[in-house]
Design a protein around this ligand. Structure first.
Ligand SMILES: [Zn+2]
Length: 131
C-alpha cells in the first residue's frame, strides 16, 4: 500500500503511475516508500536532493517504490559500494585528467579515518531523513 495522497504523489512525479513497482506498491500489503535512485547514484541525502532541485517533480525513471525493508537494504548496499561517498555529483563529468589525478592521489590514514567517521555520521542522519 501507498501511504501518500495522490496530491503528494504528484508532487514527486506527475506521472507517478509510471514509477517502477507502482502496481505492486498499490496492491501489496506492506507499506511502500518512494526512493530516489539519484540519492544513491550521486550520494546525496534527501535534503541535498531538494537543494539540488532533484527531489520534487521527477521523471518516473528516477523513482522506485520499495517496501520499507527493501528501502533500508538499498541504502545499506549504497553505503557499502566502494564508489559511494566519493562525491560524484559535480553537475558535469570529470575530464580524464581529473580522474587520473583523483586516482593517483593517496589519502593519508588520518584523512581516511576522518572520512569514514563523517560518513558514518551522515549515514546516521540519513536513516531518519531519506526516503
Ligand atoms: Zn531512498
Amino acid at each position: 500500500m501507498i501511504r501518500k495522497s495522490e496530491k503528494s504523489l504528484r508532487r514527486y512525479c506527475q506521472r507517478y503511475t509510471e514509477i517502477e513497482n507502482y502496481e505492486q506498491a498499490l496492491k501489496g500489503p506492506e507499506s511502500y516508500v518512494i526512493h530516489h535512485k539519484k540519492g544513491i547514484e550521486l550520494n546525496l541525502s534527501k535534503v541535498e536532493l531538494k537543494k539540488a532541485g532533484l527531489y520534487w517533480h521527477r521523471d518516473p525513471s528516477e523513482l522506485i517504490f520499495l517496501t520499507k525493508k527493501e528501502h533500508r537494504q538499498i541504502h545499506t548496499i549504497g553505503e557499502r559500494n566502494p564508489s559511494y561517498g566519493k562525491g560524484t555529483f559535480s553537475g558535469h563529468k570529470h575530464s580524464e585528467e581529473t580522474i587520473k589525478k583523483m586516482k593517483s592521489h593517496k589519502k593519508s590514514e588520518e584523512t581516511k579515518r576522518k572520512m569514514s567517521e563523517s560518513r558514518k555520521k551522515r549515514w546516521e542522519n540519513k536513516k531518519c531523513q531519506t526516503e
